[in-house]
Design a protein around this ligand. Sequence first.
Ligand code: CMC
Length: 441
Amino acid sequence: MSAEKAAAQQTDQKTFTLTNDETGDSIQLPVLEGTHGPAVIDIRKLYAETGHFTFDPSFTATGSCKSRLTFIDGEKGVLLHRGYTIEDLAEHSSFLSVAYLLLYGDLPTQEQKDKFETDITYHTMVNEQVNYFYRGFRRDAHPMAIMCGVVGALAGFYHDSLDINDPEQRELSAQRLIAKIPTLGAMTHKYTIGQPFMYPRNDLNFAENFLYMCFAVPAEPYVVNPVLADAMDKIFILHADHEQNASTSTVRLAGSSQANPFACIAAGIASLWGPSHGGANQAVLEMLEEIGSKENIPEFIKRAKDKEDPFRLMGFGHRVYKNFDPRAQVLKKAADDVLEELGIEDPMLEIAMELERIALEDEYFVKRQLYPNVDFYSGIILRAMGFPTSMFTVLFAVARTVGWISQWKEMIEEPSLRIGRPRQLYTGPEQRDFVPIEKRK
Ligand code: CMC
């Protein structure tokens, strides 16, 4: 018995043996277990001991970090933040309490809640110079293009919170980002519709203030509708964090190089923009508009199934969920509440319901476990509230900033943090001699 195997048995360390079929050599790899979810095979010594890398280009079987924040059971359709179900949090909590939970590990006491809300409220304004950044953009710029620019620019304003090795500065940056991102999101909306920016109102809660900054105008008073504020808060809660998705992994990878948090969050926003990720909420509404009426649904279902056609049913499918996305269930109910409150009969909702019904019965979707995801319903609510489709992903970014910064903070606080550096399977040409230009064919 090898010394390594004996040591493993002594410590009850579970192991996984990998054997090279060609040479017969084998290696024992430690198996690490978390609280929930599949155990992982720790391959950190694999390269040093075997000279091989692993290959998992889209990370379908790779755990990139340890995390205590969020757990997803995709088979059962479960989403937990720090152990609490998303349904409970959406029903009983507020967005800022969920932000506190994600950042610090527990739901706040009344005293902690009051202090956290005051701290966030204190930071809602942005430096007045930020206004000039907006003027550099065309009015028809995509709001996410503006967000990538203005959020990254914050690093140029808050020099006193850029030292990532100082816990107080990390804290300050986290609070600044959570507080200022709605202000920047609302300014982006105002800029693209040609209205004056509205300064934040610190007497309003997070969701109310966001709606106020987006929809109030200086010429008249604005009263926030509590049903809409409640739905907005729920949307923020449902989008707050989602484990190691593309944008969160982007934030972690950017942060692993010790880049400042404003730059890291800007990187996350860029990743979120894509239609396979946060951009899907905009794409869902555009798809429903393109479908136009219930009669056209079969044609679009046919296209979604056709492998020669790049069209996909937006708002359906998920890398992790192979069951209903629990966030979609909560949102479906919120969509009903908002439409009823506003007295809107949105034909898009009718098309969405019919599309959902047909897709859930269709063999193609059933076999591939393609269920509606969070983006399927959020667009209907946001449209009813008066947001243009191009703003939908910005709202996602406003909420997800909480998850990004919590994940970033958790990573920076990890003593064993090293820069993230994936390797590759090189398939290019072998080394060759340089060819002078006159001899190239
Ligand atoms: N419409 C039609 N077919 C689909 C769809 C869809 N929306 N999603 C997946 N498939 C098919 C896909 O073609 C493949 O079929 P086959 O096995 O025959 O090749 C199979 O289902 C598995 O799909 P995949 O592309 O390997 O799955 P993935 O995990 O790489 O992609 C996804 C996940 C979310 C990018 C994808 O389902 C998708 O493009 N959905 C539409 C976009 C969307 O709604 N995105 C929002 C995700 S939730 C919010 C967020 O994370 O930001």
